[in-house]
Design a protein around this ligand. Structure first.
Ligand SMILES: Cc1cc2nc3c(=O)[nH]c(=O)nc-3n(C[C@H](O)[C@H](O)[C@H](O)COP(=O)(O)OP(=O)(O)OC[C@H]3O[C@@H](n4cnc5c(N)ncnc54)[C@H](O)[C@@H]3O)c2cc1C
Length: 204
């Protein structure tokens, strides 16, 4: 069930190239699972902009977004105390009870944020979590330390090799054999490539 509400911006800081972390204060009781998203109304724009929930508690939501166009550009200018009209409780979210003991979490670019709350939950449940994050370049990388602080084993890949392992998330995943389940969020080509190195290659 979704719910419309008013949320106050508590902080809005740049954390990587064109990438911002925003904390919002307001009612979170309709958020039920990691991996859900919110839909933000931005003054002057007809369509709401969907952004994944990175982390939440009883009265705050953290999101991470990349400036790619008009809506996210406006979002990046919002200061503390700005009030936003937001829909919460959207999306199915991730189940943690399928994960087995060694779940693998894969995030591509701004597909990384929803993995954070999921990682927190899985670690609180006593699971050994491995996280593989893929970015284009060093200046795009974010949340490596945050995932490490939760207790996850973290691999970073960059396409240009300027940070972490050179290449794509699949260059790391193809050599990982002991994960029990995987969760992924990112661009469709990344998801197709993950399918190829996990499901397809294990059938042959
Ligand atoms: C479920 C979900 C979760 C997401 N989570 C994240 C996240 O955590 N972080 C992140 O950085 N990005 C996330 N995105 C992508 C993010 O929603 C887009 O980058 C953002 O909407 C772009 O808006 P913009 O106005 O800046 O760009 P624009 O270039 O203005 O918009 C991009 C294009 O999409 C169109 N458009 C914009 N909004 C809508 C809409 N609601 N319906 C149909 N067309 C639309 C615009 O008209 C334009 O053609 C998510 C997307 C989805 C669907």
């Amino acid at each position: 069930m979704y719910k419309k509400g008013l949320y106050k911006v508590k902080s809005n800081n740049k954390i990587a190239k064109d990438v911002y972390e925003m904390v919002l204060e307001g009612d979170t009781k309709y958020i039920t699972k990691p991996g859900q998203f919110i839909n933000i109304k931005i003054d002057g724009l007809y369509l709401r902009r969907p952004i994944s929930i990175c982390e939440y508690d009883e009265n705050s939501i953290k999101i991470i977004y990349k400036v790619v166009g008009e809506g996210t550009n406006l979002l990046s200018t919002f200061e503390e105390e700005k009030v936003l009209d937001i829909l919460t409780g959207l999306g199915n979210g991730f189940e943690t009870n399928n994960s087995g003991e060694n779940p693998l979490l894969i995030g591509g670019g701004v597909g990384t944020p929803p993995m954070y709350e999921l990682c927190k939950r899985l670690i609180n449940e006593g699971k050994n979590v491995t996280v593989v994050l893929g970015f284009n370049s060093k200046e795009d990388v974010f949340y490596e330390e945050e995932f490490k602080k939760l207790g996850a084993k973290v691999y970073i890949t960059t396409v240009d090799g300027s940070y972490g392992q050179k290449g794509f998330v699949t260059d790391v995943i193809k050599d990982l054999n002991d994960y029990t389940y995987f969760y992924a969020c990112g661009p469709i080509p990344m998801l197709k490539a993950i399918y190829d190195v996990t499901v397809t290659s294990r059938r042959t």
